[in-house]
Design a protein around this ligand. Structure first.
Ligand SMILES: C[S@@+](CC[C@H](N)C(=O)[O-])C[C@H]1O[C@@H](n2cnc3c(N)ncnc32)[C@H](O)[C@@H]1O
Length: 435
């Protein structure tokens, strides 16, 4: 590995980074020898990080022997050791846990849907503010019981807007009252959300978090962790959340593949509930992508049959694989076609659920034409009293179209936020034939 003996420190640093990426026989021994020789303080962290990247048993042993010589080196060593550490296992909910201040984070604009789902599962839920609901329920299995929530979380501190350090300093995390652990420590991943800070400001906040939480048996471990510690900078307050992640999230395990524009499955679960009609039997998604909306809708009622259409062969492959993984192939048919083509639709349907293309991709040319033809197909095939939910950020076209389609009455119009994007949602009901 000649680069590691390069005369220039920058050359040795670049060689170490490249070797960490490449790995292979002799890489750990070469990095170990280089680290023993290296005197330049700003080169050594890259060699340590390279060992962490390789991450095998030899690299782990080499990292165990490193004595850091600077703060930057300590930080690199912490990251590298974390990378090679074992996954966080051996955690379970305590059956006798009593929890106050238990919450769930839910999609903005769909809080009522998440609350209704919780109520259906006999879980008491109330609205706190946009995107947050409060829960009262036993902890075991809770995360997997709620498809319409991103996570289940504990509020461990609340302070003034922007007061990150003060809020961290007053955090209380009695995690042992909630969680049984085989070891006496719980690894967490730290993050500072909804705010831009400099690297130095972030390091300062992280250092304070480490110092505050270490005496409570909480260890900063960004690669292998059992919970997240999220400092969220909201406009009205700084909030610190403890978000357990040790319980595997099995809810959307069917989604083996997605398409670039796939919907967040939690939002998908909410939309499926929102469109759900009492007497629906046939459901169509004319731009089905990965099939997520169809699968979420199928999971709600075992007697609906569903039809997915998409023009893209990649989407068809993804949807077909996901439908099989969800064990729903007997009820969900996927076909490659133009969703605007009336021949691709069933003769009659009771529900339509569509996350239409937003126009961000090259294949989405002539979007207005597609919207017009899809809305035309809905008007033609939807049974009287049938429901359609259209979800798109390309709102102007749809609003204009719906004004010209009186047989589809707008029952509800909302703005939902997903991935930082404002998306419009229209719930339509087909007028009855009777006059
Ligand atoms: C926003 S994505 C749908 C994502 C989907 N809900 C999911 O979760 O994966 C829009 C989809 O419309 C499809 N599409 C674009 N033009 C179409 C057309 N003329 N007919 C049918 N599908 C079309 C794209 O291939 C894409 O998969």
């Amino acid at each position: 590995m000649p680069g590691l003996t390069d005369e220039s420190p920058q050359g040795r640093r670049i060689a170490a980074i490249a070797l960490g990426k490449r790995g292979g026989p002799g890489a750990v021994a070469a990095l170990r020898a280089a680290l023993a020789r290296e005197e330049v303080l700003w080169v050594r962290p890259s060699m340590i990080l390279a060992l962490g990247k390789i991450g095998d048993d030899d690299a782990r042993a080499a990292l165990a022997d490193v004595e850091p010589r600077s703060e930057a080196e300590s930080e690199a060593l912490r990251k590298a050791r974390d990378r090679v550490s074992a996954p966080a296992t051996g955690f379970a909910w305590r059956s006798d846990a009593t929890v106050e201040r238990l919450f769930a984070s839910v999609p903005f604009g769909l809080e009522d849907v998440a609350i209704a789902e919780a109520a259906e599962r006999q879980i008491e839920a109330t609205l706190v503010r946009r995107g947050v609901i409060a829960l009262r329920a036993p902890l075991p299995g809770l995360r997997n019981a709620l498809r319409c929530a991103y996570d289940v979380r504990f509020l461990i501190a609340e302070g003034a807007p922007g007061a990150f350090s003060e809020t961290i300093a007053k955090a209380r995390v009695p995690w042992r009252e909630w969680i049984r652990s085989e070891s006496d420590a719980l690894p967490y991943r730290f993050s500072l959300e909804n705010v831009r800070v400099t690297r130095q400001q972030f390091s300062d906040v992280l250092r304070l978090a480490r110092e505050t939480f270490a005496p409570l048996g909480l260890i900063d471990s960004p690669s292998n962790y059992a919970a997240m510690l999220r400092v969220e900078a909201d406009a009205d307050a700084t909030r610190i959340w403890f978000v357990p992640t040790f319980e595997p999230d099995e809810r959307f395990a069917y989604r083996l593949a997605d398409v670039g524009a796939s919907i967040n499955p939690v939002v998908g679960a909410c939309l499926a509930r929102l469109v759900r009609g009492k007497a629906s039997h046939v459901v169509v998604d004319p731009t089905c992508g990965s099939g997520t909306l169809l699968i979420e809708r199928a999971l709600l009622d075992s007697d609906v049959i569903l039809s997915g259409i998409d023009i893209s062969p990649t989407a068809i492959r993804a949807a077909t694989g996901n439908v099989i993984a969800a064990k729903l192939a007997s009820r969900i048919a996927i076909r490659q076609a133009d969703g605007g083509d009336s021949a691709a639709w069933p003769g009659r349907c009771d529900e339509v659920l569509a996350n239409l293309p937003f126009g961000n991709r090259t294949e989405d040319r002539n979007l207005d034409g597609l919207y017009r033809r899809v809305v035309g197909n809905i008007g033609r095939t939807l049974a009287p009293g049938g429901r359609a939910l259209l979800y798109t950020a390309h709102t102007k076209t749809l609003i204009a179209l719906l004004r010209r389609t009186p047989q589809l009455a707008v029952r509800e119009e909302r703005r939902v936020e997903s991935g930082g994007l404002q998306v419009g949602l229209w719930l339509l009901v087909k007028a009855s034939d009777r006059r």
